[in-house]
Design a protein around this ligand. Structure first.
Ligand SMILES: [Zn+2]
Length: 336
């Protein structure tokens, strides 16, 4: 079983999708690279079917890939401390119902909801989204203005624990979607969620990308060893700084047992930056792969990530009744 639990999706709101991208973010280098990577026609952002074209490309890649399941992530707006929406600081909205509709239409796709805990309707909306098949809730605190250790999050944690919905939360310095202080992305702020009984998956295990940045990797390791319900995903680990952190984790059975696979699509792996853990031949083979989801899986398999890491999501995600997680490996699942 191979599940990618960290796949991003974005749209401009075409066709009443409910998605939104801040104009400044649309002009950013990071976003222009994403559009280029989608291999869709130029001028696509102005087309009335833009959002469905983007979603169609991503779901087609997933359908053709070795993945058994992929969690497509919605993305809620930023909110003020008083629970009102903060339009001025919102860079991206990926609408929950837009993603839930895709999950309903595609067997491999799972619905990753995103819901700001300060919203006055947060708990009621969580229950509605569970009815639509939500398998987890995703946060990016430094983009959404979430302080995970603030007492106003506690009712939301109680609801997550009650419904056995895991929280996938970005940890570490954020580069692409940065609107609020990076200190909000400190994994230690997630301790109140763990203490209320929520399973928490720290995206990127608190690692950094650039060596001059603050790293929360040691904090993540200490917490992973201390809290049964604390995990980490290895999304966007296919780059020079993180691949050595991954090698370190794979030497520890106790820490490897806390890892889950995610690609962080549209973030693309950089195999040539990972020479050492990869041979030159492996890196060149990986670079030639055209399906980004197959490439992300093969990259992590090549550096020795065991099958259990790809399958662990089956134990954690809340599966909607109409989706069955494949529990036995399908014949193609281990092909690199
Ligand atoms: Zn991500």
């Amino acid at each position: 079983m191979i599940c990618d639990l960290h796949v991003h999706l974005a749209g401009v709101g075409a066709g009443g999708s409910g998605n939104w991208l801040a104009p400044a973010f649309q002009r950013s280098y990071a976003f222009r690279r994403v559009v280029h990577g989608l291999k869709l026609p130029s001028g696509m952002l102005a087309r009335p079917d833009c959002d469905t074209r983007i979603a169609g490309q991503i779901t087609a890649w997933i359908a053709d890939s070795v993945l058994d399941h992929a969690v497509l992530l919605a993305f809620d707006a930023a909110y003020h401390d008083d629970g009102t929406r903060d339009h001025a600081h919102t860079l991206l909205v990926t609408d929950n119902d837009f993603v839930a509709d895709l999950a309903a239409a595609h067997g491999k796709i799972l619905f990753g909801a995103s819901l700001h805990p300060y919203r006055r309707d947060a708990v009621a909306e969580l229950e509605r989204l569970i009815g639509r098949g939500a398998c987890l809730v995703k946060w990016l605190p430094g983009a959404q203005n979430i302080q995970p250790d603030h007492p106003r999050c506690l009712p939301f944690y109680d609801a997550l624990a009650h419904h056995r919905i895991p929280l996938l939360c970005h940890t570490g310095v954020e580069h692409t979607l940065k609107a609020f202080p990076n200190t909000l992305n400190d994994p230690r702020r997630l301790i109140p969620a763990l203490e209320r009984g929520v399973a928490v998956i720290a995206a990127h295990c608190g690692t950094r990308i650039f060596l001059h940045e603050k790293s929360y990797f040691r904090s993540w390791q200490a917490m992973a060893l201390r809290y049964d319900q604390f995990y980490g995903d290895i999304s966007a680990f296919g780059m020079v700084t993180r691949i050595w952190s991954l090698r370190h984790l794979l030497k520890s059975p106790a820490l490897t047992a806390k890892l889950l696979f995610g690609s962080d699509f549209p973030v693309a792996p950089a195999p040539l930056s990972c020479l050492g853990p990869l041979s030159l031949r492996q890196a060149l083979e990986l670079r030639r792969m055209t399906n980004p989801f197959d490439q992300a899986v093969a990259m992590m398999q090549a550096v020795g990530v065991p099958d259990a890491v790809f399958a662990r999501a089956a134990q954690l995600l809340r599966m909607p009744p109409d989706k069955q997680l494949a529990t036995s490996a399908n014949p193609g699942a281990n092909a690199a």
